[in-house]
Ligand binder design. Structure first.
Ligand SMILES: [Zn+2]
Length: 146
């Protein structure tokens, strides 16, 4: 099965762990990465409505695939920029904030808290939700409350 994700990390062929979405197949990891990029894109568009879509896409690709930033760290930084009313005039400027050591430390601390909370209340959940819903559930809860 061909993977529908253009940045497939498995040479374009789906792994055994695959997901079907709108008649296309994806490796599970590719599908998740794609979902997270959509989240990041939506956030940037919300903060920088005038930024051309091609620029936003290039920046996201660069941050995730070239600079290897975690998707959740990018989301965290975007939330922080928004929350603290920091200056962000163009998508490329996100890089400046991602490099911030203080923000990285802050993020690591939050992540550890999240990890702790998760292990303490992780149990078997019964749900009739569609498969897609379980992906949304992977957004850390501290992101939702901010
Ligand atoms: Zn793939």
């Amino acid at each position: 099965m061909k993977c529908g994700y253009d940045m497939c990390s498995n040479l374009g062929e789906c792994t055994e762990d695959l997901v079907k979405d709108k008649n296309r197949y994806y490796c599970k990891s590719c599908f998740e990465e794609r979902q997270h990029k959509t989240e990041i894109r939506a956030k940037i568009n919300e903060m920088l409505p005038k930024e051309p879509q091609t620029t936003v896409n290039t920046v996201i690709k660069d941050l995730i695939h070239t600079k290897k930033y975690d998707w959740d760290y990018i989301l965290y930084a975007l939330e922080d920029i928004k929350k603290t009313n920091k200056n962000l005039n163009y998508a490329r400027g996100i890089q400046y904030y991602l490099n911030n050591i203080e923000l990285q430390k802050q993020y690591e601390t939050q992540k550890n808290i999240e990890k702790y909370n998760k292990t303490s209340k992780d149990g078997f959940e019964t749900s009739d939700d569609e498969v897609e819903f379980s992906y949304k559930a992977t957004t850390p809860s501290w992101l939702k409350i901010m």
